[in-house]
Write a protein that binds this ligand. Structure first.
Ligand code: PEP
Ligand code: MG
Length: 572
């Protein structure tokens, strides 16, 4: 079995056969000249006709598209007719270059220029390269590159999708999108969200899956698995049912049967996610993964650009908590300007908070931008650093956060070390948020990216749950309640923002262990609220103790699930 890991850009779980995009149009050889005796003027006319034909074809597709997709297609059609591209290519033809090569190089020039501008413009470079490939295909008399035709539903796998491809997707036939390239703001991501299609981008290798292979796509976890199990089918069926009869979450926290309220927050990566989270009535944001702004960059974005990006997120949550996580580079998220790609064990290397030892200015700039964005909005901004393992780390980062003028400074508990010393760390930090994804990989010594270790990378592992319990006990002790460490007086808040929080049965265990807030993908909010509502705090505590005391992860999960009849009622 291979599990391809990428960036989760659109939630949903699907099982289906893969169809891959036609291979990209081959690059015309460098130095290709006009064939002997060919008239440059006639070749230019042929080039113009090809560009026109591409424009017309794109316009026709635009006519049958809807909403944002339509606008994007129309814009791409205009790019096909852009006189700059054609004129620049015509100039090359006049000096003896073949029409195919000329349009290829002209397109590259425009694309490189857009990439140099960065941000949104850089992501439009793919559109220009798409138009150029279409014109070359037209000149060669080849079929236009695009979505493969099929009457039966399929998962579309590709290197990356161009707007002209994604915009005309038929969601009745295409079940999910998986790409090996593309960023969270690529058209693939934008259109997948618009169409409500599960999507995973930047999952290396998915474009080489053999046509017809049945895969399980988890658009919330960002994974594609090429061996489908009964569990996967059940998850996909549950998702399909929820689509037909969606549960809703009204906000205000999950209310346990004894009246205890547990705020449910959202995990987000940018402004678009923030809007969706606010619409889903999330009680705030428990994890804003800021590194999405930094991925695919050769250089650090300016403080101004960062301020604008953070403001765009914070403005969706006036009066509500937004926990901003400082940049979490390294391991699965390498950044050329911050992390060393030659480390032998990147997950155990100079990653996340640790990058600030050598390059404190990157963190300082980020905190400056977060502080400016906090000033500009009414959100209750909390800031935390990932991969904290010692008291020295905690003192250092809390100091830096406060120096930047940010009031509430916290740490992520992602290492066994920080879980076991939480009593001391939380005397310094204002709060902790448990990243169960990393806490699991470091507790079990199992790379979270390796499909072969998936059974170890399970937050139901009793050792992981024991560390969650230890963190909550530490938080109570740090709150001056050492004597009553088993009691209710949690004075330092502990949240969970790893994937575990979005598993409704595990959410019960986490609350039973003493966690005060849960943060998850907004799609998980309704089910988590509903299942938490079926238990009292005392019942959750009993289930938590059973899970921690279980002999195996499987036993922990099965014991807890068997005690929650509401799961079966909801088809979960
Ligand atoms: C985690 O490790 O649980 C977490 C929330 O951080 P990330 O998944 O971004 O590493
Ligand atoms: Mg993490």
């Amino acid at each position: 079995m291979t599990e391809y890991r990428g960036v989760a850009v659109s939630a949903g779980r699907i099982v289906g056969p893969v169809l891959t995009m036609a291979p990209p149009v081959a690059e015309p050889p460098a130095g290709a000249t006009l064939p002997e005796g060919t008239d440059a003027a006639a070749e230019t006319a042929r080039l113009e006709q090809a560009a026109q034909a591409v424009r017309v074809a794109l316009e026709q597709r635009a006519a049958s598209a809807h909403g944002g997709a339509k606008a994007v297609l129309e814009a791409t059609a205009q790019m096909a007719a852009d006189p700059t591209l054609v004129q620049s290519a015509a100039g090359r033809v006049a000096s003896g270059m073949s029409a195919e090569r000329a349009v290829w190089e002209a397109g590259d020039e425009v694309a490189v220029m857009l990439e140099g501008l960065g941000g949104y413009m850089a992501e439009r470079a793919a559109d220009v390269r798409d138009v150029r490939a279409r014109i070359v295909a037209e000149l060669r008399g080849e079929p236009a590159p695009g979505i493969p035709g099929s009457d039966t539903p399929f998962v579309l796998a590709a290197r990356d999708l161009a707007p002209a491809d994604t915009a005309t997707l038929d969601p009745q036939v295409v079940l999910a999108l998986v790409t090996s390239d593309g960023g969270p703001q690529s058209h693939t991501a934008i259109l997948a969200r618009q169409l409500g299609l599960p999507a995973v981008v930047a999952a290396r290798g998915v474009d080489t899956l053999t046509a017809g292979t049945e895969v399980f796509v988890d658009g919330a976890a960002g994974t594609v698995t090429d061996e489908v199990t009964e569990d996967h089918r059940r998850l996909a069926e549950t998702w399909a049912d929820l689509q037909r009869n969606p549960l809703t979450y009204e906000g205000g926290g999950a209310r346990l049967s004894d009246g205890t309220v547990v705020p449910l927050l959202a995990n987000i990566g940018g402004a678009e996610d923030a809007r969706a989270a606010a619409e889903a009535h999330a009680d705030g944001v428990g994890l804003f993964r800021t590194e999405f702004l930094f991925l695919d960059r050769d250089e650090e974005p300016s403080v101004e650009e960062q301020t604008a990006a953070y403001t765009a997120v914070l403005q969706h949550f006036p009066g509500k908590k937004v926990v901003v996580r400082t940049i979490d580079a390294g391991a699965d998220k390498p950044l050329p300007f911050l992390t060393d790609t030659d480390e032998p064990n990147p997950a155990l290397g100079v990653r996340a908070y640790r990058t600030s030892w050598e390059k404190p200015e990157v963190l300082a700039h980020q905190l400056e931008a977060v502080a400016a964005a906090a000033q500009a909005t009414e959100a209750d901004v909390w800031v935390m650093a990932p991969m904290i393992s010692t008291l020295e780390d905690t003192e250092d980062v809390v100091g830096r956060i406060r120096e930047a003028g940010l009031r509430t400074a916290g740490i992520m508990v992602e290492t066994p070390s920080s879980a076991l010393t939480a009593d001391r760390l939380l005397q310094v930090a204002d709060f902790a948020s448990i990243g169960t994804n990393d806490l699991t990989q470091y507790t079990m010594a199992a790379d979270r990216q390796l499909g072969a270790l998936a059974a170890l990378n399970d937050p139901w592992q009793p050792a992981v749950l024991a560390l969650v319990g230890a963190t909550c006990r530490g938080a109570r002790a740090a709150g001056g309640d050492a004597e009553e460490a088993a009691g209710d007086a949690v004075t330092k808040p502990v949240g969970v923002c790893g994937e575990a929080a979005g598993d409704p049965a595990l959410a019960v265990v986490l609350v039973g262990l003493g966690v005060s807030t849960l943060s998850m993908t907004p799609r998980s909010l309704p089910a988590v609220a509903r299942v938490l509502g079926s238990v009292s705090r005392d019942e959750a505590r009993v289930l938590a103790q059973r899970a921690v005391g279980a002999r195996t992860a499987v036993e922990a999960r099965e014991t807890v699930r068997a005690a929650l009849p509401v799961l079966a009622e909801l088809g979960l």
